[in-house]
Design a protein around this ligand. Structure first.
Ligand code: ZN
Length: 274
């Protein structure tokens, strides 16, 4: 397996979230010959969806995913405003020609201890969103999050759980595999095999630092931590995944303080060893 070149990379805008607007991210990808981009919706809305879609097309970039839909659980019931927002996210993903709409499904409802209830809500919310996404030709990708986020971000925490949901929900839904969230899972290999090409919709890379000093914003650059990214990439590619390798690094103390062009250069250099 050869290392990754920039023609196989995508920049998740979170990686330079503190430094760059979406327009600057698009220019930066073009300047560094990075093949794709994955916008977060706050940056997308700042720029305007139609303007952004045109800029991304004009720069010749692929969109490896739109971050993010989901967040179904907060009020403790299936909230119409949340469903409507997810429909808008589907529309935006369609306009961008995104490979998928990434779903961060939500944790426990506020002040709740009802984990089974939250998981049931997630399934209902995904079903409602998927019904609409199918009509727009948008693929929905559940991103299982590391279990440390089960309370406040996502109560789907393993590939097995995500794929169980996919099995029940049918076509058009799969997984976003983020190495940061799933590297530890002893079932990972078997579940990637189970997913197959059609349900492997995104592959996010970064590294797990030891020690990790913050649950959310202390992700590492590839090569600075303990994840065997090359092995995990080999597993998804062996199943037929041909999408871009999306670099998604939340790093308040380090990469968000760096010169963003240096961040992109470092990304490219480090990915070559993955
Ligand atoms: Zn991710």
């Amino acid at each position: 397996m050869t290392g990754l070149g920039p023609e196989r990379l995508s920049l998740n805008t979170a990686t330079v979230r503190a430094q760059w607007t979406l327009a600057q991210c698009v220019d930066g990808c073009a300047r560094h010959a990075i093949a794709g981009i994955a916008p977060w919706r706050d940056k997308l809305h700042e720029m305007g969806v139609t303007v952004a879609a045109r800029a991304i097309r004009d720069a010749g970039l692929q969109v490896s995913g739109l971050c993010r839909g989901g967040w179904f659980t907060q009020s403790g019931r299936l909230d119409q405003t949340v469903i409507d927002d997810n429909r808008r996210a589907v529309d935006e993903a369609a306009e961008l020609g995104a490979a998928c709409l990434v779903m961060v499904v939500g944790g426990l409802a506020d002040a709740s201890r009802d984990l089974p209830g939250a998981r049931a809500l997630v399934e209902d919310g995904l079903a409602a969103t998927l019904d609409y996404a199918r009509t727009q030709g948008v693929r929905v990708a559940i991103e299982p999050l590391h279990p440390m986020y089960a309370a406040d971000r996502a109560c789907v925490n393993t590939m097995r759980h995500a794929l169980d949901l996919c099995d029940r929900l049918g076509d058009g839904i799969g997984c976003a595999v983020d190495v940061y969230h799933v590297w530890w899972d002893p079932e990972l290999e078997a579940q990637i095999l189970r997913a197959g090409a059609a349900r492997l919709m995104a592959f996010h890379i970064c590294d797990w630092l030891v020690p990790t000093r913050d649950l959310l914003v202390d992700r590492g650059m590839m090569g600075d931590g303990i994840i065997d990214i090359a092995r995990l990439r080999g597993l998804v590619e062996a199943q037929g995944f041909t999408g871009l390798n999306e670099v998604e690094i939340f790093s308040e103390a380090n990469w968000w303080k760096a010169d963003p062009d240096e961040v992109l250069k470092t990304m490219i250099r480090r990915a070559a060893a993955c």
